[in-house]
Design a protein around this ligand. Structure first.
Ligand SMILES: Nc1ncnc2c1ncn2[C@@H]1O[C@H](COP(=O)(O)OP(=O)(O)OP(=O)(O)O)[C@@H](O)[C@H]1O
Ligand SMILES: [Mg+2]
Length: 471
């Protein structure tokens, strides 16, 4: 600091600047004899008093302004300027108040933005976790707390997540490694697979320690779909390979050992015909399934009479039923509204269900096909008016454990029996996809030893009901 910057010296200098000119003029006038000492001295005294008053005013205002600046620095709400003596100081104070207001406005805007962003992260469907340098959980959104429990915060991640690969990945990133992603298998409460992305993170603009940002995404459905695709390819190949192997075997026998045996020719050709038919049915069913899946998202537009479709299907299956001495009984409600549907696809649905009822029902029993226009709880599965078709058999029934898997492709309760009966195991999968396309529902009720009821509920056209035709 220079000598003239020292506070008292400054005040003396200001004093000299205020009093100096007047004192010099008065002294010159006194020396020249133009004024008497009795006049000059009181005038000088008045000048000194005024100068001291001005100095004191400047000093007080400066102190008040300094105090005000300090208060503003700490304040989180606007502070009015203090009372000041000089107009200049008042200008400075009101400029300071305006600056504080602008700063507070900007700060609250920033805080609002940060708060909004925090709320968004909290509401994210996927868990997000921020880990400190010691792998402790610094922040976790609601989804993370729901998944790993509320005790996640401020503890080592290892106390809530026990997947070694995830902990290793986190440690590697904390040690300066690059981002990576690992699959995490959570066995409880229901088995789920999550994909965890582990990323290094530094607070923007701060030279803080290296943190880790962990985001988890549920890929259970993706894994399941992958598995289903792999299973499907394996199953389809297996289903085709069996009849194909039989065909190749018989062809070799016919060309070799049984070359000149007409009786064997007859027998083997009959088996080969059956096996070829089976392959053809399988390929047709697979093609049909893939076609239905492709347009599952565009619902049908035609209006169809479900009673007519069911009657036609039952008629075509009469012979088959008769071969097992099964009686098909149709039970049609008087008034049935039309359904928005695809006639061919709905025929396929009832063909499969009635065929199953005949196949898996006991011989010499009855298969009932009841058509109603339900109201109330069962129709609740489909909003608005509906048509319900229930196919009931008196067969062995299906154990509860099988029910959820019945509509999976190639799923059979008794694979040997189904194959022996010529089934491909795709029938109910086709039914499910067609019913889905019609925005309907398939409900399976079964009791072991008594029989099963397969119910299809289809949304009907609103406000229309047609009287049942005779026949
Ligand atoms: N009414 C029923 N009673 C008992 N079990 C049934 C009945 N309907 C289906 N199932 C069981 O569900 C399995 C799957 O039926 P689905 O119709 O998909 O195949 P499938 O009848 O074997 O062959 P496909 O219908 O392709 O000719 C059957 O193998 C059978 O075990
Ligand atoms: Mg079937």
């Amino acid at each position: 600091m220079r000598w003239y910057e020292v506070r008292p010296v400054r005040f003396v200098l200001i004093g000299v600047a205020l009093v100096g000119p007047t004192a010099a003029i008065l002294l010159s006038l006194l020396l020249a004899g133009h004024v008497e000492a009795g006049v000059a001295l009181p005038a000088l005294l008045v000048n000194v008093v005024v100068a001291v008053a001005i100095l004191r005013m400047i000093q007080t205002d400066t102190r008040r302004l300094t105090d005000y600046a300090e208060v503003l620095g700490e304040a989180s709400a606007p502070v009015p300027p203090p009372e000041l003596d000089s107009i200049t100081a008042e200008f400075i104070a009101s400029a300071m108040a305006r600056a504080q207001q602008a700063w507070l406005d900007r700060e609250s805007k920033d805080a609002g933005r940060a708060g909004l962003f925090e709320a968004v992260i909290d509401q994210l469907h996927d868990p997000v976790i921020l880990l400190g340098p010691g792998r402790e959980v610094r922040r976790a959104n609601q989804a993370a707390c729901r998944m790993f429990g509320d005790r996640l915060l401020d503890r080592d991640l290892a106390s809530s997540v026990r997947t070694p690969s995830l902990l290793e990945a986190t440690d590697a990133v904390l040690a300066g490694g690059a981002s990576r992603s690992v699959d995490v298998l959570l066995p409880v409460p229901v088995e789920r697979t999550l994909q965890a992305r582990v990323k290094p993170f530094r607070t923007p603009g701060e030279e803080g320690p290296l943190l880790v940002l962990l985001t988890l995404h549920d890929i259970t459905m993706l894994k399941r779909a992958e598995q289903m695709r792999a299973d499907f390819v394996a199953n389809a190949s297996h289903e085709l390979r069996t009849p194909l192997a039989a065909l190749i075997g018989f062809i070799e026998t016919l060309r070799g050992p049984a070359k000149d045996d007409p009786a064997a020719h007859e027998r083997f050709l009959a088996i080969m015909f059956d096996q070829s038919n089976r392959m053809s049915r399988l390929v047709n069913d697979l093609l049909s399934l893939s076609r239905i899946e492709m347009d599952e998202h565009s619902p049908p537009t035609e209006q169809v009479d479900v009673a007519k479709i069911v009657r036609n299907v039952a008629a075509t299956l009469e012979l088959r039923a008769a071969s097992r001495k099964v009686k098909l009984r149709l039970d049609l409600a008087d008034l049935l509204p039309p359904v928005v549907g695809d006639e061919d696809q709905l025929s396929q649905v009832f063909q499969n269900l009635i065929d199953n009822a005949i196949k898996y029902g006991k011989e010499q029993t009855e298969v009932t096909i009841a058509l109603t226009a339900p109201v109330g709880s069962k129709a609740g599965a489909v909003r608005g008016p509906a048509v319900m078709v229930a196919v009931t058999d008196r067969g062995d029934g299906i154990a509860r454990t099988h029910l959820p898997r019945l509509t999976e492709r190639f799923y059979r309760v008794d694979p040997a029996r189904s194959r022996a009966l010529g089934g491909t195991g795709l029938g109910l999968a086709i039914v499910k996809h067609i019913v889905n396309r019609h925005r309907g529902r398939l409900i399976i009720d079964s009791e072991v030893g008594k029989g099963s009821t397969f119910t299809v509920i289809l949304p009907a056209v609103k406000g229309v009901a047609t009287k049942r035709e005779a026949g």
